[in-house]
Design a protein around this ligand. Structure first.
Ligand SMILES: *Cc1c(COP(=O)(O)O)cnc(C)c1O
Length: 382
């Protein structure tokens, strides 16, 4: 693995050794449990001779996925979970216990915001949400019982790029753990573990899987923290099934080629929309990495656009409350991902009825641009 480039690692990283029939693709180990021929062999599991006992404790397919993602993140270890939120919960509970406090970014993915704000109360963990673009606001929110700083490398839907270096610096100063959600960037664009982040989490439902056919999560990072996260996943029943692991790993192999194409399509769409007379605000990062600026473009359309007509004029571009598949899709943050926020929260973030998030796929760039342009013209109130 040493010295291999990202593209090579993406295809070879997780592969399991010693398969019985030397299959090229990893078989799906669709089994809930593993068998033993003797008590000595069974004992061998507990002594580490053989890795598998019961699928909730570990399965070759979910390990393959987790090791694959960890390799691309340049992190020593990883573990898969039944969803992105499952991976986030496992990661958080690996570093925080009852009585601890988290400082989190206020513009998190809606599900993560709810998890941290509401569900963690049952674990006795409290949180403060602050604007992470303001370093002083982060410092001011840190309490004596704060354990963790939590944010996303590229936020949703306004695509703010986190200053990971500054965050690591603040965490070091106050002896805190750091955890980032790298779902929108993927390791193709950013590898925050290499910048000193302790835990990197993915909703593999998105770009890692890439085909909108699974729900899955992975958390990668330092060995001892991943061991703790794995313990939460095993004991709280948040493991990922063999088949979904297999599909996610199948997706991972083409991550580089998909992201390259999808980010290029996003860049071209953003360049087109930036100078469009009906686009009021444009949210597309100016610089994420040398590999590109991501595959999500968010716009706010002008008042002259009938929004309902815009959404029903998109033809082959479907309205999908998710992102990252190989097909170009649009989502409506006000009506879906940010629906449960209060009016004040929506206003502060800038979510309104004119905001549209576009996730570019792998189609021909000119077709995407033409379809979006047609929808805008048909929705123009004259
Ligand atoms: C979708 C998403 C999640 C949640 O992942 P699930 O797989 O739906 O549980 C978390 N963070 C981000 C940035 C997401 O886009």
């Amino acid at each position: 693995m040493e010295g291999q480039s990202f593209r090579t690692k993406a295809v070879h990283s997780g592969l399991m050794e010693g398969r019985q029939f030397k299959t090229k693709a990893t078989p799906i180990y669709q089994t809930s449990v593993f068998s033993f021929n003797s008590l000595e062999e069974l004992e061998g599991y507990f002594e580490g001779d053989t890795p598998y006992l019961y699928t909730r404790n570990g399965n070759p397919n979910s390990d393959e996925l987790a090791k694959g993602v960890a390799a691309l993140e340049s992190a020593p270890d990883g573990v898969a979970a039944s969803s992105g939120l499952g991976a986030i919960l496992a990661g958080i509970l690996a570093v925080a216990q009852s009585g601890h406090h988290i400082v989190a970014a206020s513009d998190l993915y809606g599900g993560t915001y709810h998890l941290i704000k509401e569900e963690l109360k049952a674990f006795g963990i409290t949180a403060s949400f602050v604007d992470f673009s303001d370093g002083r606001a982060i410092e001011a929110a840190i309490q004596p019982n704060t354990k963790l700083l939590y944010t996303e490398t590229i936020t949703n839907p306004f695509l703010r790029v986190e200053n990971v270096d500054a965050l690591v610096e603040t965490a070091k100063k106050h002896e805190l753990y750091t955890m980032v959600d790298n779902t929108f960037a993927t390791p193709y664009l950013l590898q925050p573990y290499t910048k000193g982040i302790d835990l990197v989490v993915h909703s593999a439902t998105k770009y890692i899987g890439g085909h909108s056919d699974i729900t899955a999560g992975v958390v990668a990072g330092r060995k001892e923290l991943i061991a703790a996260a794995r313990s939460r996943i095993v004991n709280m029943g948040m493991n990922l099934s063999p088949f979904e692991s297999w599909l996610a790993y199948r997706g991972l192999k083409t991550l580089a080629i998909r992201m390259e194409r999808q980010a290029k399509n996003a860049q071209e769409l953003a360049d087109f929309l930036r100078q469009h007379s009906q686009v009021k605000k444009m949210y597309y990062p100016e610089y994420v990495s040398e590999q590109g600026n991501g595959a999500v473009v968010t716009i706010e359309l002008k008042e002259e656009i009938n929004m309902s007509r815009f959404f029903s004029s998109l033809g082959w571009i479907k309205i999908v409350p998710s992102l990252a598949g190989v097909e170009t899709t649009v989502s409506y943050p006000l009506g879906t991902s940010h629906r449960s926020l209060t009016e004040k929260e929506k206003h502060t973030l800038g979510i309104n009825e004119r905001v549209v998030r576009i996730s570019t796929g792998i189609e021909e760039s000119s077709d995407i641009i033409r379809q979006v342009e047609q929808a805008i013209s048909s929705a123009l109130l004259r």
